[in-house]
Design a protein around this ligand. Structure first.
Ligand SMILES: [Zn+2]
Length: 267
C-alpha cells in the first residue's frame, strides 16, 4: 500500500532526535509521503531542510494562527520568497481560530487573506486550519479566492451542512485519527458525505492523537504526555474504509489520486 499523510508537522521539535525511527515505522506500514506544514517563520528552514533530507517529505510554508503574533514586519516578502524558491511547495498552515484564548480574529483574517492572495498569484494549494470560525472562514474564502487547484480543510470538523458549499469552492477534507474519539462521532458521520474525490487522510502528528488505547504508536512527550505518532494515519484509513464499506487498499488508491491532484505530485 502507498499512502500519503496530507497534513503533519514532522519538523516539530517534540519529535526530538527520533525522526529516523518514526519515519522507518511509517514506511514499514506503507506511508511514503508527508505534507509537512510549517507553522511560523522560525520553522520554515527546518521544513525546507526535511524536504531535502527525507525522501517523500513535501513542504508547505505559512503562519499558523497560534503563532502569528511572533511574525517579523517583513514576513510577507519572506513568505513569497521561500515559496518562489520552492516551486513544489504548498501554502500553510494558516487559518482562523476562535478557540485559542486571546485570539485576534481581525489579524488572523489579514494574515489569511495574504496567504490566499499568494495561492492565486503563485497557483499553489493551501492547507487551512479552522476552529470555531467556520462561517468566518467561508466568508474569507469568498472574498479572497484561493488558487483553482483547491485547498485542504485539515482535520475538518465543519458543520455537515457547510460541507457542500466548501466542496463547491474547491475544498478537500482530511480526516485525522483524533476523530476516532467518541465525542467526535458527529464529525465522523459528516465525513460520510464528503465526495470520494475530495477525501484525504492526515495524522497532524505530533498533535491530534487518537483516543488512548487505540493508538498504534505514541511519541513520548513532556511530563509523560503521549504525542501523536504519524503511523496512526493508518487508523484514519481504516475508519474511513469501514464507514464506506470498502477495502482499505481500494480506498487508499483513491486517496492517493486525490493527494496527487490537490498537491500536484507527479508520483
Ligand atoms: Zn496542523
Amino acid at each position: 500500500m502507498n499512502l500519503s499523510d496530507a497534513h503533519c508537522h514532522l519538523q516539530d521539535v517534540r519529535f526530538g532526535g527520533d525522526l529516523d525511527e518514526v519515519l522507518k515505522k511509517c514506511r514499514h506500514a506503507g506511508i511514503r509521503r508527508w505534507m509537512v506544514n510549517a507553522t511560523r517563520e522560525a520553522d520554515w528552514a527546518r521544513v525546507a531542510a526535511l524536504g531535502v533530507s527525507e525522501p517523500g517529505v513535501r513542504c508547505s510554508f505559512g503562519l499558523h494562527p497560534w503563532w502569528q503574533e511572533e511574525r517579523c514586519p517583513h514576513w510577507q516578502e519572506s513568505l513569497r520568497d521561500i515559496l518562489i524558491r520552492h516551486p513544489e511547495a504548498a501554502i500553510g498552515e494558516v487559518g482562523l481560530d476562535r478557540w485559542i484564548p486571546g485570539h485576534d480574529l481581525e489579524d488572523q483574517r489579514a494574515v489569511l487573506a495574504f496567504h490566499l492572495q499568494l495561492s492565486r498569484e503563485l497557483d499553489r494549494p493551501v492547507s487551512l486550519h479552522c476552529l470555531r470560525a467556520w462561517p468566518e472562514l467561508a466568508a474569507c474564502l469568498k472574498q479572497h479566492r484561493p488558487s483553482r487547484r483547491g485547498f485542504l480543510l485539515h482535520s475538518c470538523a465543519a458543520p455537515s451542512a457547510m460541507l457542500p458549499a466548501f466542496a463547491e469552492a474547491g475544498a478537500y477534507f482530511s480526516f485525522s485519527p483524533a476523530f476516532l474519539h467518541p465525542r467526535k462521532a458527529k464529525v465522523r458521520e459528516a465525513f460520510r458525505q464528503v465526495p470520494l474525490d475530495r477525501l484525504l487522510i492526515e495524522s497532524d502528528a505530533p498533535d491530534m492523537a487518537p483516543p488512548a488505547g487505540l493508538e498504534l504508536e505514541a511519541v513520548p512527550g513532556k511530563e509523560g504526555l503521549a504525542l501523536n505518532h504519524p503511523v496512526n494515519l493508518m487508523l484514519s484509513l481504516r475508519a474511513l474504509a469501514e464507514d464506506r464499506g470498502v477495502e482499505a487498499a481500494v480506498l487508499a488508491e483513491r486517496l492517493e489520486e486525490n493527494a496527487e491532484r490537490l498537491f500536484g505530485w507527479k508520483s
